[in-house]
Write a protein that binds this ligand. Sequence first.
Ligand code: TPP
Ligand code: SF4
Ligand code: MG
Length: 289
Amino acid sequence: MDKNVFDMGQIDIAWCPGCGDYGILNVLKATLAELDIAPENLVMVSGIGQAAKIPHYIKTHFFNGLHGRALSPATAIKAANSSMTVIAESGDGDMYGEGGNHFIHTIRRNPNITNIVHNNMVYGLTKGQASPTSQLGFKTPVQVSGVFLEPFNPLAVAVALDASFVARAFIGDIEQTKEILKKAITHKGYALVDILQPCVTFNRLNTRQWFKEHTYYLEDSHDPHDRIAAFKRAVETDKLPLGIFYINPNKSTFEDNTGIYKEDKRSLFEREPDFARLQTLIDKYRTAG
Ligand SMILES: Cc1ncc(C[n+]2csc(CCOP(=O)(O)OP(=O)(O)O)c2C)c(N)n1
Ligand code: SF4
Ligand SMILES: [Mg+2]
């Protein structure tokens, strides 16, 4: 499929020239095209922020919700229509700060969705305050003496919670990012892809060059099915490893566990409501009570 099917035509894009969001948008379109996922079979769900504007710039279904609240509607959309590919994407602030609680509990629920996080280590949209992943010592107009909190480590948290797929990419490497996204989107279960990206306007510490110098690739010998090995790599912070840290292919999904697709594979909207069955259930519990 041609990636142009996702183009919106002539629209204004609000991002600064040089922002890493452009790379993520392009790579995402190319990934979807190579996977032959048609725009009508995709739903993008986001919160608020620069990263969260991505669905405005892709021709497909989308739901742009509240700050930090992308994962719950994404879970519900997948449960209601399991035939759709569902991608929840937003920034580091949105997913790990405002949405931190949703991040943790979505991993526990394990819906079959992909969670892309644009990690620029800053609140871009609101002009450069520290985010949960900002580095120690990062100075901002609010953190004038520098950040003194230990950065949140999303990969270590995800592996600790036995997330079914955990990966990190850097948008400076388009090919690796695309390969990781392909595996994440086709993986059955919750898949986290944290993508390091520069914010050229408000983060002058974690520049493109900084990311190049502070990242390296996981070796081919790294076994993503070894959770302890994955955790050890996830807690490395001097240099951030890139690649697929962890895969647990044996977890049942939220959709499997709710039981709605056990007997009937059709999506909920395709089914006739069975009011007689519902009445029988209500009567049963009334009698039992
Ligand atoms: C509940 C709530 N708190 C705060 C805000 C203000 N706000 C909007 S975007 C944003 C930061 C977004 O940062 P991030 O998610 O990292 O995305 P980026 O802009 O860096 O891509 C904040 C704090 C809000 N809209 N709602
Ligand atoms: S402020 Fe930063 S994150 Fe926002 S568009 Fe500009 S470079 Fe990108
Ligand atoms: Mg950010």
